[in-house]
Design a protein around this ligand. Structure first.
Ligand SMILES: Cc1cc2nc3c(=O)[nH]c(=O)nc-3n(C[C@H](O)[C@H](O)[C@H](O)COP(=O)(O)O)c2cc1C
Length: 236
């Protein structure tokens, strides 16, 4: 969604002469790198691509980027259509021809530039989707790798088919798993200020119709970005 301004892309855009400039003290590599300091990723755990959970996450990510478009890059990862076998966490190997898309998702989350992660799921019978649970279970590998998600800021988005269909229960359930990673879990910021983004799909599959839910999504995205940016600020 957003463009990052890394040293490599800066040199690519600005041409060969820029290499010499970028090598000077006045325009150091560190200064260029800091232009796009952090990345915030949304993970949509609905089996339906591009539907209300993905829409809600896009709203969060836009709000996150708006906090500082020069320094914040965002990306939406949709798990719809991906195969995330959960049984491997229990030591049961993949079938010979079984696909596993989790490593690609994991490598994106492991990027040190990723300072914030938004997990979004539809409410299915007052709980997260199977896809979301499989994703969360597989993320256990980050704990085994020296708590690789530790310190990253996290926020949760839940979309239900009714106004109070279990969104808060789902948010709490996902948050509980994220706490296990030493992630810094935050809720939606002021003025809605509660547990996370909680949205209602009125059956139209158009989440923009839920004015209040959209506000919680915007506030969550903004809050995650603000905390992530504050944590990434260089020590004075
Ligand atoms: C199997 C199933 C169970 C559901 N259970 C609930 C529920 O308990 N509470 C609720 O508010 N909505 C429930 N819904 C509605 C979905 O949460 C809602 O349609 C949501 O917008 C789907 O997200 P998506 O558009 O990203 O796929 C359920 C939908 C399905 C398919």
């Amino acid at each position: 969604m957003a463009e990052s301004v890394s040293r490599r892309t800066f040199l690519g855009v600005a041409g060969p002469g820029a290499a010499a400039v970028a090598g000077t003290a006045a325009f150091s590599a560190a200064a260029v790198e800091s232009a796009a300091a952090i990345k915030i990723v949304g993970v949509a755990c609905s089996p339906r691509k591009g539907k209300t959970t993905a829409q809600a996450l896009r709203i969060c990510l836009e709000a996150a980027r708006a906090v500082d478009p020069q320094r914040i890059e965002v990306e939406l990862i949709e798990l719809a259509g991906l195969k995330i076998p959960a049984q491997v966490v229990a030591g049961i190997p993949l079938e010979a021809d079984e696909r596993d898309d989790f490593p690609d998702v994991a490598s994106k989350l492991a990027n040190p530039k990723v300072a914030g992660i938004l997990v979004g799921t539809p409410v299915y019978f007052a709980n997260m989707t199977t896809l979301c649970k499989a994703f969360i279970d597989r993320c256990g590998m980050f704990r085994k790798k020296n708590f690789a998600l530790s310190g990253k800021v996290a926020g949760v988005v839940a979309v239900g088919g009714v106004r109070n269909g279990g969104q808060e229960l789902v948010i709490q359930s996902v948050q509980a798993a994220l706490f296990c990673h030493e992630m810094l879990v935050v809720g939606d910021g002021r003025p809605t200020g509660h547990f996370g983004a909680r949205l209602w799909n009125d059956g139209s599959d158009d989440i923009s119709r839920d004015d209040f839910g959209v506000k919680t999504a915007k506030n969550l995205g903004r809050h995650v970005a603000e905390v992530a940016l504050a944590r990434s600020a260089p020590a004075r």
